[in-house]
Design a binder for this molecule. Structure first.
Ligand SMILES: Cc1cc2nc3c(=O)[nH]c(=O)nc-3n(C[C@H](O)[C@H](O)[C@H](O)COP(=O)(O)OP(=O)(O)OC[C@H]3O[C@@H](n4cnc5c(N)ncnc54)[C@H](O)[C@@H]3O)c2cc1C
Length: 538
């Protein structure tokens, strides 16, 4: 499929002299001597009552347009906008499948995930995990001589090194697959054409065309539109990850994934952290039992929790900030030196010129069908820019699926079971349906729960908070969902994803031998607990 890029086209050779064409009896015969052409017989004649399948005129036009595009001169078979986990995975997969691929990135390769999201936060959380263990060293029979304290500068330097290494890996992979990385900002000038404008004098202005375009422009942090949200010291996750000193105290607005992780991180680093959430629970989108357990643990750690508290405004009070909130009909305030707005994200599409290409969107969030195709045929969108807030692994899964689709290969990714992961201590992870969701769909369920305090590895590790919950279909014993709060939850959830993908039953999960002692034994134990419950129909 690798086509000759337009800018590398060979200069047109002089047209060869054509020899005299041999006589063509059809063309040369006088018109009146030609018999009326008869239709060629079909290889398999239609039966009398058989009809040809109806053709959708829309499909025919789309197919014709596609053929025209593929035949027309273009720079790339596939052009990807954005080098985050959606974009770079799509680019590499398309190149692996033989496409000539370009990838436009205006900032750093790796996107939010690698530079301002998953990786920097997890690098810092690993540092505080070491401290957490050091504080408990005596429990493990270790005497530490002298004191220890976090060196935030050194933690940040470690984080930066990790990011730099991974960024290099991404660049290397793209290079290895002959993906042309084009620095600059992309803007649509037509359905299949974009203008690339260099940023910070890197690269050159270019006009590019492609048969397929994949938009993977990601998202940007959003601030709540309240008075004072632009005061100095009111920041988003982007700025918090740039801080060089740990503040004395911090108010985190929003108890979703980003908010809970940062509240936990800064608490462990020594700041007084307060979480302020308008919904009646932390991690409101997760299973209620899991949210309640997290809430209990956060309080136990000493993190301030203001639940059902709506941020009204932020005021400056000397060199400090005051977050004014209403709760149970009363107005109150909490002071801090920093206020983190962990209150959602929005698609990063303002500068993309979507309207110039006629790409439909909802206030910037790109509309796509189940194959991630936009309203413009041959233009796809994946990752955060189609949902505002997402997961890196979902963006990568969509990138793989679209790359396979546009190179005419059957999609290999199953996007129906996407795990959610939270890297607090203990960790939280979930996939599939919660009991409430299944019951709302009219499915009768049984739920098995297993607590880590009864798990050998958890006891040995001294890490025994939390539990695994497995939701099964009462009629078929098929696993419908799994929620975990506990050690290594984000790794353990992989087994549950596979169980859902392969339609595993309780017996199949229990029947697979799990090594002992491991945290992973908690999953079949939870499944066993569900098996031992009487069927509701019995
Ligand atoms: C603090 C934080 C922690 C997170 N932790 C996790 C986690 O642990 N696990 C997880 O799965 N997810 C996590 N996420 C979410 C995850 O980072 C995103 O879901 C993921 O990065 C989305 O990938 P993407 O490819 O869609 O977009 P992005 O990663 O946002 O990449 C988009 C890229 O496109 C570029 N771009 C945009 N517009 C243009 C343009 N016009 N021209 C050229 N380039 C352009 C941007 O510069 C950017 O590099 C976290 C997010 C945050 C903020």
């Amino acid at each position: 499929m690798k086509s000759q890029p337009r800018h590398q086209a060979e200069p047109a050779a002089a047209a060869p002299q054509m020899p005299d064409a041999p006589p063509n009896p059809l063309l040369d015969a006088p018109l009146e001597t030609l018999e009326t052409p008869v239709a060629l017989p079909l290889e398999t004649p239609l039966a009398e009552d058989e009809t040809l399948p109806a053709l959708d005129p829309g499909d025919i036009v789309e197919e014709a347009e596609q053929l025209l595009r593929e035949g027309a001169p273009h720079d790339f078979d596939v052009l990807v906008i954005g080098g985050g986990p959606g974009g770079y995975v799509a680019a590499i997969r398309a190149a692996q499948l033989g496409a000539h691929v370009g990838l436009i990135e205006e900032r750093e390769l790796g996107g939010v995930c690698l530079n301002r999201g998953c990786i920097p936060t997890k690098a810092l959380l690993e540092s505080v995990d070491v401290m957490r263990l050091m504080r408990r060293a005596r429990e493990y029979g270790i005497t530490l001589d002298g004191s220890f304290k976090p060196d935030f500068r050194a933690m940040n330097a470690r984080k930066t090194e990790i990011i730099r290494g991974l960024r290099k890996n991404v660049a290397h992979l793209l290079h290895e697959h002959e993906v042309e990385v084009i620095p600059g900002r992309a803007r649509f000038t037509g359905e299949h054409s974009v203008q690339v404008t260099p940023i910070n004098d890197e690269g050159v202005e270019r006009s590019l065309t492609a048969v397929h375009i994949i938009i993977a422009a990601g998202s940007l942090p959003m601030r709540l539109p309240v008075e004072g949200s632009d005061l100095p010291g009111v920041i988003t996750s982007d700025e918090l990850l740039q801080q060089e000193v740990v503040p004395e105290d911090i108010v985190v607005v929003g108890a979703g994934a980003v908010g809970v992780e940062f509240a936990y991180l800064y608490h462990e680093l020594g700041a007084r952290a307060t979480l302020l959430e308008a919904a009646p629970a932390v991690l409101p989108q997760e299973d209620r039992d899991i949210g309640q357990e997290m809430e209990r643990l956060l309080r136990e750690f000493g993190i301030g929790l203001l639940i059902g508290a709506k941020l009204e405004r932020i005021e400056q009070a000397g060199d400090r900030l005051q977050a004014v909130y209403s709760q149970d009909g009363e107005e109150n305030r909490v002071a801090a030196s920093l206020v983190l707005m962990a209150t959602g994200r929005c698609a990063n599409t303002d500068e993309l010129g979507l309207d110039a290409a006629g790409i439909e969107h909802d206030n910037g969030t790109i509309k796509v069908d189940e194959s991630c195709e936009t309203s413009v045929s041959g233009v796809y969108a994946i990752g955060d820019c189609i949902r505002n807030v997402g997961w890196a692994h979902l963006a990568s899964g969509e990138g793989t699926m679209v790359a396979e689709t546009v190179t005419k290969h059957p999609p290999t990714v199953d996007l129906s079971h996407v795990p959610s992961c939270y890297y607090t201590h203990p960790e939280i992870a979930s996939v599939g349906r919660t009991r409430e969701q299944a019951e709302k769909e009219g499915i009768t369920t049984r739920v098995g729960v297993f607590h880590f305090r009864a798990n050998g590895k958890a006891a040995a590790a001294g890490d025994h908070e939390g539990f695994v919950k497995i939701v099964v279909d009462d009629a078929t014993d098929k696993i419908l969902g799994c929620q975990i709060i506990g050690p290594r939850a984000t790794d353990l959830i992989g087994e549950a994803v596979l169980a859902l993908k392969t339609g595993q039953t309780i017996d199949e999960m229990v029947g697979a031998i799990h090594a002992h002692p491991t945290f992973s034994e908690a999953l079949p134990e939870a499944a066993l607990a569900a098996r031992n419950k009487p069927r509701l129909a019995d």
